[in-house]
Design a binder for this molecule. Structure first.
Ligand code: PXP
Length: 250
């Protein structure tokens, strides 16, 4: 039997819509509660340096309101470390961050930043906050995560999803093989494996068949789909797609 597969719903873009008018609605906390009602196993949110979507008070309110784990995505900076240690989420996911990017482009350079990242993993380890590193599906990044002592990696699925979206079949196949090899390598290293970025119903169904992946974090597509069918419905359909994919796992 493959391991159960969790769905973390990223509510950042509910806050993006709220911020477009500078008011209080739509409230990302309401979205988080609704997502859990609809079957999310956890809530993910990325407190960016420029606070372009969720803000500090959103993080605190979400943590206080939800009964399921909060996954706090953040850049590895001293300021974010302080904030995260105060909020004490269930988990943090360290991501690379550039002010000019539209979304998280590429994974962390764990190999090149081993010495810089290690104290963050140590600090969160001492605080009993599980650390995940958002990485490209590359074996050397997983080896470096192991060296740092990170218990979890999240594989960046963006390149694979982009290749599919652009109809680049060969590249999509190559990218999927990288994900498959990385997930197997993480498990062999004793590291829990998550995945996310750019996933929709189809890609979530496909990747759910990789048995070592135990959590998917999905946001933009679900919030977009919610415009047409409602958030509850979008999340239930996503859960169904993941279950169907998981049933194919060997
Ligand atoms: N996982 C990580 C680490 C991310 O940075 C993001 C985007 O914030 C996601 C998952 C979700 O990606 P998407 O919004 O494209 O579903």
């Amino acid at each position: 039997m493959p391991l159960p597969l969790r769905l973390g719903v990223n509510i950042d873009h509910v806050a993006t819509v709220r911020n477009a008018r500078g008011g209080a609605v739509p409230d990302p906390v309401r979205a988080a509660l609704l997502a859990i009602e609809a079957g999310a196993d956890g809530i993910t949110a990325h407190l960016r340096e420029d606070r372009r979507h969720v803000r500090d008070d959103d993080m605190a309110r979400i943590k206080a309101a939800i009964s399921k784990p909060l996954n706090f995505e953040m850049a590895a900076t001293e300021q974010m470390l302080d904030i995260a240690l105060k909020i004490k989420p269930h988990a943090v996911c360290l991501v690379p961050e550039k002010r000019t990017e539209r979304t998280t482009e590429g994974g962390l350079d764990v190999v090149g930043q081993l010495a810089y990242l290690r104290p963050f993993a140590d600090e969160f380890g001492r605080a009993n906050v599980r650390v995940s590193l958002f990485i490209e599906p590359a074996l050397e990044a997983i080896d470096a995560a192991k060296e740092i002592g990170a218990p979890v990696v999240e594989l960046h699925t963006g390149a694979w999803c982009d290749a599919i979206a652009h109809g680049e079949t060969d590249r999509a196949k190559q990218e999927f093989e990288r994900l498959r090899a990385a997930a197997a390598h993480a498990a062999a290293c004793g590291i829990e494996c998550h995945a996310g970025h750019g996933l929709d119903f189809e890609t979530a169904r496909t990747i759910s068949a990789l048995p070592q992946i135990v959590e998917l974090n999905i946001g933009h597509f679900l919030v977009g789909e919610a415009i047409f069918v409602g958030l509850d419905n979008a999340i239930r359909t996503m859960r169904q797609a993941m279950n169907e994919g998981r049933a194919q796992a060997v």
